[in-house]
Design a protein around this ligand. Structure first.
Ligand SMILES: [Zn+2]
Length: 351
């Protein structure tokens, strides 16, 4: 049944999304089983069923495979990016423990299948780091708590990108451990897959869903100076805040989080610096640590990022993403966006 619809999703192995899904455990979405969040299998089964109910609305594509050969699934809705007024990429779960982003991405995708955008191209990647995610699922099933950020080989995929990798020397000397990044830019198959997708489709807007903090961060994350397209970021950020209403997340340049703080080699600096994409890093929720269960929750890493009652947080995340999609096309955006001048006199090296 799935094979007929999901044609675009052929893997290197020749498998379609339908074939692949058939091998996944067929659990119903059950928010009580794993600390009230969808498992990976439940998330994809829910998407699969919704695609069956709304045939020809979404196109599914394996944009690459993880270190362990698990497909990274992207779901495209609306017109092709080059035919759209603007285009939006939403990707989640780059950090292994941050599941709330996946649930927001899935909720968003289910809504888009019900009411697809007419003039905006949207791509949703619910799980960007399937190997890290699988390790956490295994930990939870075995009832053990392990702090995990990276992929199968432990690389932090949030610090594996090509722009602003090196902080100003002075900070690096003062507190070196603070400014870590991976050994080489785009060293992992997961980051390579997302980079190739953006290179092909030239998204004008993007959001990478993380937790926690309640912020809508924009570049630069690895440089103090303002990005040349600062006004666009503030416009989109304020629109998301306004839509969220009470307890809205706050729009802020990531490097301005604290005077010493720099996130080097982040995905938002890369997408903006390389492709001009107005890319946000959304830190959802204000943590799941409950003041009255402090001792217990501090010991449960999963709970730091994923509050026990997720419904309100998911709603707030989806509202922000819908706004990022629906906010009117900005000046010049319909012709695509251009990469800015890079800070520190950096130049882009072709690989
Ligand atoms: Zn994160």
């Amino acid at each position: 049944m799935f094979l007929a619809i999901w044609m675009a999703a052929t893997l290197a192995s020749g498998q379609t999304f339908g074939d692949w899904l058939g091998d996944q455990p067929r659990n119903e979405p059950d928010y009580d089983t794993i600390l009230s969040y969808r498992t990976s299998a439940a998330a994809f089964w829910e998407i699969g069923r919704a695609m069956d109910a709304h045939p020809d609305v979404a196109r599914v594509e394996a944009i690459g495979e993880s270190t362990r050969g698990v497909p990274i699934w992207a779901f495209h809705v609306g017109p092709e990016p080059q035919d759209a007024d603007h285009s939006v990429l939403v990707f989640a779960n780059l950090h292994a423990l941050e599941w709330i982003g996946t649930d927001v991405a899935v909720d968003l995708l289910l809504e888009l299948l019900e009411s697809p955008p007419q003039d905006v191209a949207v791509t949703v990647i619910p799980i960007s780091n399937p190997d890290g995610r699988a390790k956490v699922e295994n930990d939870l099933r075995l009832d053990r708590t392990v702090y995990r950020r990276g992929n199968a080989v432990g690389v932090d995929l949030n610090r594996d990108w090509a722009i602003n990798r090196d902080p100003p020397a002075v900070w690096k000397k003062i507190i070196p451990a603070y400014y870590g990044h991976s050994a080489e830019p785009l060293s992992q198959p997961e980051t390579q897959a997302i980079d190739a997708l953006v290179a092909r489709n030239g998204y004008t807007r993007a959001a990478s869903l993380h937790s926690f903090g309640g912020y809508l961060y924009y570049p630069w994350s690895g440089a103090w100076e303002r990005p040349p397209d600062h006004d666009d970021f503030v416009t989109l950020g304020r629109a998301m805040e306004a839509a969220q209403g009470r307890r809205a997340y706050r729009t802020r340049q990531l490097s301005h989080w604290g005077f010493f703080f720099r996130a080097c080699g982040s995905e938002i600096d890369h997408l903006y610096g390389t492709y001009g994409t107005r890319a946000f890093l959304v830190e959802m929720t204000r943590s799941g640590i409950r003041p009255f269960r402090l001792r217990k929750d501090l010991k449960t890493h999963f709970r730091w990022y994923n509050p026990r009652r997720s419904a309100k947080h998911r709603e707030r995340g989806v509202i922000a993403m819908r706004t990022l999609i629906e906010h009117p096309t900005l000046d010049g955006e319909s012709d695509g966006v251009q990469p800015p001048e890079l800070p520190f006199g950096q130049t882009l090296e072709s690989p």
